[in-house]
Design a protein around this ligand. Structure first.
Ligand code: ACO
Length: 463
């Protein structure tokens, strides 16, 4: 009998986001919002978006092919491919099938998995599926591959600055530098109408912004409580934020991440956990008797807990905020972009550390889960992951659009969504070498993509 695989988790990552972006300060002025609303109020500096040549399929093609190439993984070695996303381009045909040509070319069509959808949570469902597969008796010894991809766009109005776009690919297998602590996992699933997409003719969601914030925090509380209970049963001791080196949150905008982390400390206070010192106890004592409903509405509690959380936030959360702050909400990719930021910032000191992730998708589904970071051999070590992702360079090579051009692009995309029989501008001048792009949607709604020549001049065939 084969040995049980150990340390199953993420072996490798690649991050892709469009180069086209808009500064939040510029958008704020253009929208007539008060100065600082998007930058300080939401905590966002910049937002990426797709133009007419990019979509979730092209971004996924780029992320997957780049991952395989840069880590030297033979497409034949992949036995499972799962995509998480909520950006619907086809109600039947999965995004996964659009990625299959990469593997078909090598004669590999024996690849399980399809797409998972529930708002920003689908990527986590896909990741759990792949990890569970490698840990299961049906695992055939090959890699799993997960792709989280979304283009997050909102109608004009207060939600528009909380958009973004990206695709993140993750290779799954045993002996991973990022291994799952599978017993440390808790979920909260419920029915809510906080953000949903009932209008199939539109890419834009129907969103109740305030309700979505409360649902997010309620889900966070519930997951954290269950996780603490599970830990305490397993380990026979209390769990608190002190047992975690870094927290990574699904990040619709940074202000909500700040509030979420503060909420964990309030939970610790209510549980009399050791992370709360005397001075913090004093600050939070006035809120001890609030009902949970009252606690979500209390601005004073929000302020007091954020004050208590500040020093911990700087060390345990701040290192994961770079890409979400610069690219925006990438829906399913947001939490993994936050995780990628942590690796980017701290790769040389992460070995042995525990990271707790919180994934939230409106509607709603959510999970909190723990990973351990380990020192492993090339090409899958943390420093190599940081260098492959090359986040600083990707952020530096972007092209800022003025607001008028951004709004015009959104209009073109609105018009094209669900459409057929058009060719795109095919303008790939802004795209990085090796990036896939959409060229045409024909009269039968079939989509066609090409790949911009790689740096070494190699031209790939479109499909
Ligand atoms: N300077 C500094 N701060 C400011 C300023 C200013 N000039 N103006 C406003 N602010 C602050 C506000 O006080 C508020 O901060 P607070 O939350 O600490 O009170 C913040 O900026 C946002 O202002 P609001 O008036 O609350 O914003 P608005 O209602 O216009 O929209 C919202 C914010 C609800 C997040 C909206 O962008 C939205 O609906 N986004 C999509 C939904 C979403 O992302 N939900 C999160 C979870 S679900 C998901 O991931 C999709």
């Amino acid at each position: 009998m084969a040995l049980q695989p150990k340390n199953v988790g993420i072996l490798a990552m690649e991050v892709y986001f469009p180069r086209t972006c808009i500064q939040q300060e510029v958008l704020e002025a253009h929208d007539g919002a008060s100065k600082g609303k998007y930058t300080i109020g939401l905590g966002q500096d910049c937002m990426a978006f797709c133009t007419d040549v990019e979509d979730v399929i092209s971004m996924s093609l780029t992320a997957v092919s780049s991952l395989l190439e840069k880590y030297g993984v033979d497409p034949k070695q992949n036995g499972r491919l799962e995509v998480g996303g909520e950006t619907v381009l086809d109600k039947s045909k999965s995004i996964k099938t659009f990625l299959m040509p990469i593997f078909e070319k090598c004669g590999n069509t024996d690849i399980e998995g399809v797409d998972s959808t529930n708002a920003c949570y689908g990527g986590t469902a896909a990741l759990f599926n792949c990890v569970n597969w490698v840990e299961s008796s049906s695992w055939d010894g090959r890699y799993g591959l997960v792709v989280c991809t979304d283009s997050a766009v909102y109608a004009e109005g207060p939600a528009r600055p909380t958009g973004g776009a990206a695709a993140i690919a993750m290779l799954i297998g045993p002996n991973a530098p990022i291994s799952f602590e599978s017993k440390l996992r808790a979920s909260h699933m419920a029915h809510a109408y906080d953000f949903y997409k009932p209008d199939l003719a539109s890419e834009y969601p129907v969103v109740d912004g305030k309700l979505s914030q409360t649902c997010y925090l309620m889900a966070l509380d519930s997951c954290y409580k269950s996780l603490c209970d599970k830990y305490e049963k397993l380990e026979g001791k209390q769990f608190s934020v002190s047992d975690v080196d870094y927290f990574v949150f699904h990040s619709p905008y940074n202000k909500l991440v700040q509030k979420s982390f503060a909420r964990l400390l309030f939970n610790d206070f209510l549980r009399s956990a050791s992370s709360i010192n005397e001075s913090a106890k004093e600050k939070l004592a006035p809120f001890a008797s609030l009902t949970s409903d009252e606690s979500y509405q209390s601005r004073d509690l929000e302020k007091a807990s954020q004050q208590v959380a500040k020093p911990f936030y700087d060390s345990k959360v701040q290192p994961s905020t770079l890409v979400p702050n610069q690219v925006g909400n990438m829906y399913t990719a947001s939490i993994y972009a936050a995780f990628a930021s942590l690796i980017h910032n701290k790769h040389s000191t992460l070995a042995g550390q525990r990271v707790m992730l919180f994934s939230y998708g409106s509607g709603l589904s959510s999970s909190m889960f723990s990973v351990r970071l380990n020192e492993v051999q090339l090409p899958f070590n943390l420093s190599n992951i940081a260098s492959v992702m090359n986040i600083s360079e990707k952020l530096k090579s972007r092209q800022e659009f003025p607001p008028e051009k951004f709004v015009e692009t959104m209009k073109v995309m609105e018009h094209r969504y669900g459409g057929k029989d058009f060719v795109t501008s095919k303008d790939c001048s802004v795209l990085a070498p090796g990036t896939y792009y959409l060229t045409e949607v024909d009269s039968k709604y079939r989509r066609f993509y090409s790949k911009k020549a790689s740096e070494n001049g190699t031209l790939a065939n479109g499909h």
